[in-house]
Design a binder for this molecule. Sequence first.
Ligand SMILES: Nc1ncnc2c1ncn2[C@@H]1O[C@H](COP(=O)(O)OP(=O)(O)O)[C@@H](O)[C@H]1O
Ligand SMILES: [Mg+2]
Length: 129
Amino acid sequence: MKITLTGITKSFGEKKVILTTSLTIGSVSFTTLLGPSGCGKTTLLRMIAGLETPDTGEICFDDRTVFSSEKRINVPPEKRGLGFVFQDFALWPHMSVYENVAFGLRAAHNTRNLDEKVRNVHRLLRFYD
Ligand SMILES: Nc1ncnc2c1ncn2[C@@H]1O[C@H](COP(=O)(O)OP(=O)(O)O)[C@@H](O)[C@H]1O
Ligand SMILES: [Mg+2]
């Protein structure tokens, strides 16, 4: 999936955090946002995920517009179909490792062969219970 940002800006109050930014992230590519603390990396990622709303501009996933200030489009995060690993992980401390992995699958009603899917992730992470 290609991600395209066009003319994105974002301020928090008086503070301009993202100056006009246009960026294309190619399909099946690995992209790194590099910059000093506070330069806006997380804010940019959160806008792509739909967790923050840009002030202006457009965000497209392939040909699908998920945000457009002009066209008044703002697809909510749960309908964007993206994965997002937070800096502080946001795991559920009261759940087992198994239940943390199963949580997203259950939420997406993707529970066919749940046990196998969870154990495949455990294998990938080299976690053996
Ligand atoms: N919800 C918010 N309210 C006010 N200011 C914010 C908010 N989120 C981020 N900021 C400010 O925006 C700037 C960019 O933050 P951030 O995107 O987290 O930077 P980075 O991830 O590059 O360290 C920082 O000055 C930060 O304090
Ligand atoms: Mg950050």
